[in-house]
Design a binder for this molecule. Structure first.
Ligand SMILES: [Mn+2]
Length: 338
């Protein structure tokens, strides 16, 4: 990983035509904060760059400094980016995380990634992928150090520190998940010397809500059902419910972790209809009894050991629910086995 960090730093510094920064589809605090931090550092190094998202940046992430510089990519704009020389996938490294921006990447030989998700593909020299890292932001901090050594410039400032802290706080659940390591705290400790406003960052990521989102959460909790002697918990969300609450799918993002708090539960599934007919999105949270990313991988999804996700096409909430209960029961043992 360290060698790849060097290769990637060299590649970025030497890029003459520009770097496309591509956070994963369904952009979150880590993907966006990391992308914006790299963008700001590249700008300081006089390297042309653009952050392109697959969807409009959700309002809830608007607090991250310079989020207004991220561009919502439209397919008919592909020509505008044809002259860029390098594409960097951020907080994701597999093709299915690029979404409709794949038109920019597919024929492009020069690409790399910086990511901490579980990997199922062969890595190139420009892929900085470390699943032991709490967040991509943690890896971007290490990239900043290498870029700093190579150029003699200090690239971290209060803005970069805020962007990276947003990533770390987001992916560690405010330093409370099992992915936190001594290095996470060392990096956070250094970033704090630049005085990012971590009180606001934490509030914006985990507390701030609106009435629609609050109602949505209440309904998702009320609809939760347990299976397999309380070891599997499922809540399903029809699209009409999201619409009735005047909420957005994005507001569901912190709910799966809260569902996992139920005592005795080994696996949580939040299963929802998306705006695309027949498309069902599943968020998985587990404890040590089930490896979430391995389970998601069976359905072309992915993620981390305790948190993962997948998307099923041409299906229904009921069908996907039955499929998930069956899969998790297979891993946990049947109800009547013991
Ligand atoms: Mn992440």
């Amino acid at each position: 990983m360290k060698a790849n960090l060097e290769y990637l730093a060299d590649r970025l510094i030497q890029e003459k035509k520009g770097v496309l920064l591509l956070p994963h589809v369904g952009v979150d605090g880590d993907a966006l904060g990391s992308s914006l931090a790299i963008s700001r550092m590249l700008t300081k190094l006089n390297v042309k760059n653009a952050v392109l998202t697959d969807e409009p940046v959700p309002d809830s992430l608007g607090f991250i400094p310079e989020s207004e510089t991220a561009l919502f990519f439209q397919k008919d704009e592909a020509d505008a980016y044809a002259d860029y020389g390098f594409a960097l996938l951020i907080d994701g490294h597999e093709k299915n995380r690029v979404g409709k921006r794949s038109v920019l990447v597919s024929e492009r030989l020069d690409k790399g990634s910086i990511d901490h998700h579980e990997s199922h593909m062969e890595m190139g020299a420009l892929d900085v992928v470390d699943k032991t890292s709490s967040s991509t932001a943690e890896l971007v901090y290490q990239l900043a150090m290498v870029l700093g050594e190579k150029t003699g410039l200090s690239l971290i400032d209060q803005t970069v520190a805020s962007q990276l802290m947003a990533g770390i706080i987001s992916d560690t659940g405010r330093f409370s998940y099992s992915n936190v390591t001594p290095l996470t705290f060392q990096i956070a400790s250094d970033l704090l010397t630049y005085k990012p406003d971590i009180v606001s960052i934490s509030f914006d990521l985990f507390e701030r809500t609106n009435l629609g989102a609050l109602r949505m959460k209440g309904l998702v909790f009320a609809r939760a059902k347990v299976y397999n002697r309380g070891r599997i918990l499922v809540s399903t969300v029809p699209l009409r419910l999201i619409e009735a609450c005047d909420s957005t799918e994005y507001h569901l993002n912190t709910i799966p972790s809260e569902l996992r708090n139920v005592s005795g539960v080994a696996a949580v599934f939040l299963i929802r209809e998306t705006a695309n007919p027949g498309e069902i999105r599943v968020n998985i949270r587990t404890d040590e009894r089930i490896h979430a990313a391995d389970l998601a991988k069976r359905y072309n999804g992915g993620g981390h050991a305790r948190a993962a996700g997948l998307t099923v096409n041409d299906s229904t909430l009921d069908a996907v629910t039955a499929m998930m209960i069956e899969a998790a029961s297979g891993l946990l043992g049947r109800e009547d086995d013991e």
